[in-house]
Design a protein around this ligand. Sequence first.
Ligand SMILES: [Fe+2]
Ligand SMILES: [Fe+2]
Length: 302
Amino acid sequence: MIEETTTLKASRRQPAGARVGIPPRQMDFHMDATNRYFYDDNATATLFFAMLSSWFPPGERFFMNSVRNYRDLVQDVRLKDQVSGFMGQEAIHGREHDRLNQLLEQRGIDLRFPVAAAKLGLGLLERLPKSTQIAATTFMEHFTALLAEDLLENPEFAEKADPEMIKLWQWHAFEELEHKAVAYDVYELVGNSRIERATAAAAVVVTMVPAVFLSWAWLVAREGKATDIRDIRKGLNLMLGPQGFVTGILPKLPLFLAKHFHPAQHDTSALEAKWAKAMFGDNGFLNTYFKNRSAVMETAVH
Ligand SMILES: [Fe+2]
Ligand SMILES: [Fe+2]
């Protein structure tokens, strides 16, 4: 009886997403002690990551809203829990990146232009029909999951990044893989038109690619590095060179346009299992930052 009561209490406390492997982990990172140029002591590359960080809170709100529009279509209990997990994870990502963005602003890294550019681009996407908006989300989730895989698979990131700062990015990357199929599975309920997916992907590219280059250049100029050719050349190479962070995922982007595409076809389960153990296992290196670990882990046991 006592055991039953304990189990019941644990299940009441469990976040729904945790039941289906998408737990909303309440994390509290310590970013204050990090270097200003937290990626390879390079301003240009660091500012690329700063731009991404400034885009996550509004971007993730767009993702959540586009899925929320169709939440009522979800009848399957498992998918309902997955949607809860997705919402919870994205909300916490936004919150932690907001904290990082505030720190960057305190350090004089001016994020106003990239934030305005992202909001303008996302505002244009919000004018599309709701089904095209969720299709756009599935494309951006595909892109994010590929970047996440790249970041976790390539040991170079941990070597080049500030050891404290990389933890936030590794956690975010890992959770992007955990929930990578959720928006897509909701879009399946909306009808999943290949033509609409292609249209949405094109709309994302047309609105967001110019925003990337304008925002990045603006950040570099505001940092006083517009004439630091060495820094710029190195940073461009780190992001867009033959072995660059973004370059590696480009060949995999068109997978999204395949007739029978599904995010789970590109299997990352072994990579996820490896990182789950390293981050949140018995001696996981993120356990001290993981505030609701007991609730999530109790869930995992039942
Ligand atoms: Fe996220
Ligand atoms: Fe995501």
